[in-house]
Ligand binder design. Structure first.
Ligand SMILES: Nc1ncnc2c1ncn2[C@@H]1O[C@H](COP(=O)(O)OP(=O)(O)OP(=O)(O)O)[C@@H](O)[C@H]1O
Length: 332
């Protein structure tokens, strides 16, 4: 059965719409990340789905039910906002129990959910006695408690520091899986979208530019815009003739003909053999390094490597591993 279906959605503020005929399907039980730059309309999409903003056109269905005219509280939607927004005067238990009937409160659902989000012993605490990450866990438990048709999450990790964010992402994903919940997560963070979601919808110009698995979005982007948005890239203008292109890194087989752009991911550039290159700069990341290289023709490219075995000023060589992408017509 289909979870959430959005068809031809047009919505905005005033005359110029932010969403311009947006189509999106969130399959039941899936976590779909909506990824797009700041201001592209991600929050607007969530607000329309939640019933907090009226669209100019389009249709939204949840579990096959048309949501038009249904008020927010009767849509069967759970919301996890950017910063928990817990009721400050209620304990953790009472926050989670808030949307439940008396029977549901008695049948242990609250304890089950607190357990699921790793806060089994925190029921009697007040929100002010919790860390930011713990507050987000309570917000998720509260949203999941009434078994909504879909959970909407608006940048739920953005207020947390990097390490905590990573841990919470994994736990949120596990909690959603365990409950079989359908969820839509809004983020402008590429790593987050690719790392946590079953499917990623890249939003651009008020519509979905591509919907696919994280692997599809990263390795087979629909166009140059999506490719550049979802990760770092080394690009060259090039012309494809008879199925190949010539670049400062060598000749590669590609699909397509004519002038366009070649795109290679920095982790595809391996050091040690291949085209001559001088090491210009090395940026250490802990788990690896980004190495800025100057090729013989003066072009500079970035390589991402494991470990740091080269130093600025040294000479090395660089070769490309794996398929090279080519976008005909997309000249930079
Ligand atoms: N209440 C409002 N009145 C007028 N314009 C608005 C209002 N809310 C948002 N906008 C505008 O609509 C556009 C989309 O906003 P929205 O908040 O949906 O973007 P977003 O993708 O969620 O951005 P961010 O990642 O920064 O949260 C922006 O240009 C914003 O300035």
């Amino acid at each position: 059965m289909t979870g959430l279906v959005v068809k031809g959605l047009v919505a905005g503020y005033g005359t110029d719409p932010v969403l311009r005929g947006l189509d999106l399907v969130v399959p039941e039980g899936a976590l779909v990340a909506v990824l797009g730059p700041s201001g592209c309309g991600k929050t607007t999409l969530l607000r329309v789905v939640a019933g907090l903003h009226t669209p100019a056109a389009g249709r939204i269905e949840l579990g096959g039910r048309d949501l038009a005219g249904i008020p927010p509280e009767r849509r069967g939607i759970g919301i996890v906002p950017q910063e928990g927004a817990l009721f400050p005067h209620l304990t953790v238990t009472r926050n989670v129990a808030f949307g439940l009937s008396r029977d549901e409160r008695r049948n242990g659902r609250v304890g089950e959910l607190l357990d699921l989000v790793g806060l089994a012993d925190f029921g009697q605490r007040m929100p002010s006695e919790l860390s930011g990450g713990q507050q987000q866990r309570v917000a998720l438990a509260r949203a999941l408690a009434p078994k909504p048709g879909v959970i909407l999450m608006d940048e739920p990790f953005s207020s947390l520091d990097a390490g905590l964010r990573d841990e919470l992402r994994g736990d949120v994903r596990a909690a959603l899986r365990a409950t079989g919940a359908t969820a839509l997560l809004v983020t402008h963070d590429q790593e987050e979208a690719l790392g946590v979601a079953d499917l990623v919808a890249v939003l651009r110009d008020g519509a979905v530019a591509q919907l696919g698995t994280p692997q599809e979005i990263y390795t087979s982007p629909a166009d140059l815009g999506v490719a550049l948005f979802v990760g770092e890239a080394v690009t060259f203008p090039a012309t494809a003739t008879q199925g190949s292109v010539e670049t400062p890194l060598g000749r590669f087989g590609v699909k397509g003909q004519g002038a366009g752009t070649v795109l290679i991911r920095p982790e595809q550039l391996r050091l040690g053999e291949g085209a001559e290159a001088a090491v210009v700069d090395v940026r250490f990341h802990g788990h690896g390094a980004t190495v800025l290289l100057r090729l013989r023709d003066g072009t500079q490219v970035r390589s991402r490597v494991l470990g740091t075995h080269v130093k600025p000023g040294e000479n090395t060589a660089v070769t490309v591993r794996g398929p090279v992408l080519f976008f005909p017509g997309n000249e930079l």
